[in-house]
Design a protein around this ligand. Structure first.
Ligand SMILES: NC(=O)c1ccc[n+]([C@@H]2O[C@H](COP(=O)([O-])OP(=O)(O)OC[C@H]3O[C@@H](n4cnc5c(N)ncnc54)[C@H](O)[C@@H]3O)[C@@H](O)[C@H]2O)c1
Length: 389
C-alpha cells in the first residue's frame, strides 16, 4: 500500500475541511475514496467537491463494510465519536477521531479498551499539538531544567461565538446533542495541551454559567481552579461571550516563567530557583533576576494536515502519531470534572467518579431542549443506551 484509502464520516464543517486539505495535496499519502453523511445535501456537497470521484454513503456502516476504505476520519457530532471508532476497530479499519474523544469518560474508556484489543492505528485530531510553540513549551517544561511547576494559568477567551453560530446546527449547545458548551466544543484543544504540557491535576473545582451570554442550555462561561499532585495550582478561564478575548497561557516554574501569547513563546530564566531565592534573599523587597532568553523553535505548525500525515505514516510505516486516540480521555476528564464540580457544588477528586458524572449528564440530557434524541445521545455499540434500555 503506498496510499491510505480514507473514508470520511460526517461531511460538515470539519469533514469537508479534511477533504479540502487532502484534495489540495497537503496529505500526499492519503486519498479520500468515500464519504458518509446522513444528510443528502452534505453528500451532494461531497459529490461536487470531489467531482464525483468518491463513493457516497447515507450510512457510515455501509461505507465501513464496502471494502473501499483502509481508514476512517470520524467528524460527526461528539456523542458518536466512540461509537464509530469502535465500529472501525471491529472491522480492522484504522481511525482518526475528531476532538473531543466523546462526551463522557465512561464511554471513552470503553472505546479505549476496544482500541487496545484491535491492533489498528487509532489517532485523535489534536491538531494544536503540531504548533511549534506548544511543542517547545512542553519540551522545556518537561525537561526538568526549570524544576517543578508552581502555577499554570490559561486565559482562553477568544472563542467568541454569536447566537447565529449556535443556531447553525440543532445539535449544537444542547445537552442531548453536544453534551456541553465551550468546554466540549471549543476548548478540547486547550484542555489537551494543558495536560500534555503540565500533566493532570489531582482535583478540580469550577464555576460554570449556563447560557449566560447566549440563548443556549450549556456553559458559555467557565472559571476553573485545579491542584496538582505536587501542590502547584492552576486556573483555566474560558468563554464564548467576550467581545475581544485573550489567549494567554502562562506556566510559572521554580527556574523560569514561560508564556505563550499571540502565537509566540516567551521564556524568562531566573538567576536562582525560586525556592532557594525565597530562603536566601536578605532584603525584604528583593526580587529575583529574570532574563528573557531567545527560544528557537522549528517554526512548523502543520495543524490538521500534520496530524493526518502522521496518521498515514503510522499506518504505512509504523511511525509515531501526533496524538494517540487513547489520550483523548485526559482532556475530557478535565471538562467532565469541571461540569461535575458545578453540578454538585464541590471539588472533584481525580480519577473522576465516572458513574456519578454519567448519572448527572443523563439528568441534563433528559431535560434538554432537543428531547427526541435522548436515546440517540447514549447510543452505544451494544444496543444499550448508556445502560438505559
Ligand atoms: N479539530 C478541529 O479543529 C475541529 C474543528 C471543528 C469541529 N471539530 C469537530 O468535528 C466534529 C463535527 O463538527 P462540525 O463543526 O463539522 O459539525 P457539522 O454539524 O458541521 O458537521 C457534522 C456532519 O456530520 C453529519 N452526521 C451527523 N450524524 C451522522 C452520522 N451518524 N453518520 C454520518 N454523518 C453524520 C451531519 O449531517 C453533518 O454533515 C465535532 O465533534 C467537532 O468538535 C473539530
Amino acid at each position: 500500500m503506498d496510499k491510505v484509502r480514507v473514508g470520511i464520516i460526517g461531511f460538515g464543517n470539519m469533514g469537508s475541511g479534511h477533504f479540502g486539505n487532502i484534495k489540495s495535496g497537503r496529505c500526499p499519502e492519503i486519498e479520500v475514496t468515500a464519504v458518509a453523511d446522513v444528510k443528502p445535501a452534505r453528500l451532494e456537497a461531497a459529490r461536487e467537491a470531489s467531482g464525483g470521484s468518491v463513493a457516497l454513503f447515507d450510512d457510515a456502516l455501509k461505507m465501513l463494510d464496502s471494502g473501499l476504505v483502509d481508514a476512517a476520519i470520524v467528524a460527526v457530532p461528539h456523542y458518536d465519536h466512540p461509537r464509530y471508532a469502535m465500529e472501525c476497530f471491529r472491522r480492522g479499519i484504522h481511525v482518526m477521531v475528531e476532538k473531543p474523544a466523546g462526551v463522557y469518560t465512561k464511554q471513552v474508556r470503553e472505546m479505549n479498551e476496544a482500541a487496545a484489543k484491535s491492533g489498528v492505528v487509532f489517532g485523535m485530531m489534536f491538531n494544536q499539538r503540531t504548533n511549534c510553540v506548544y511543542r517547545k513549551m512542553r519540551e522545556l517544561v518537561q525537561s526538568g531544567k526549570y524544576g517543578q511547576i508552581r502555577r499554570t494559568n490559561w486565559l482562553i477567551t477568544n472563542w467568541f461565538r454569536s447566537q447565529a453560530y449556535y443556531d447553525s446546527g440543532d445539535w449544537r449547545a444542547t445537552w442531548s446533542g453536544e453534551g456541553g458548551g465551550v468546554l466540549m466544543n471549543q476548548c478540547p484543544h486547550q484542555l489537551d495541551l494543558w495536560q500534555w504540557i503540565c500533566g493532570m491535576p489531582a482535583r478540580v473545582s469550577a464555576h460554570l454559567s449556563f447560557g449566560k451570554w447566549h440563548d443556549i442550555e450549556v456553559e458559555d462561561d467557565v472559571t476553573a481552579y485545579v491542584e496538582y499532585p505536587n501542590g502547584a495550582t492552576g486556573v483555566f478561564i474560558t468563554t464564548t461571550g467576550d467581545g475581544y478575548g485573550t489567549n494567554r497561557f502562562e506556566v510559572q516554574m521554580d527556574g523560569a516563567k514561560l508564556v505563550v501569547e499571540d502565537d509566540k513563546l516567551r521564556v524568562w530564566e531566573f538567576a536562582q530557583p525560586v525556592p532557594e531565592f525565597l530562603k536566601t534573599c536578605q532584603t525584604p523587597f528583593g526580587s529575583i533576576e529574570a532574563t528573557e532568553i531567545q527560544v528557537e523553535t522549528d517554526g512548523e505548525n502543520p495543524q490538521h494536515s500534520g496530524v493526518l500525515n502522521a496518521f498515514a505514516g503510522a499506518i504505512l510505516r509504523g511511525e509515531p502519531l501526533v496524538a494517540g486516540g487513547e489520550e483523548g480521555i485526559r482532556g475530557l476528564t478535565l471538562s467532565n470534572a469541571m461540569h461535575l464540580s458545578q453540578w454538585t457544588g464541590r471539588t472533584v477528586e481525580l480519577p473522576l467518579d465516572e458513574d456519578e458524572y454519567f448519572a448527572q449528564l443523563q439528568k441534563h440530557v433528559a431535560a434538554s431542549r432537543r428531547k427526541t434524541n435522548v436515546r440517540e445521545a447514549f447510543a452505544d455499540t451494544k444496543g444499550t443506551y448508556g445502560g438505559v434500555k
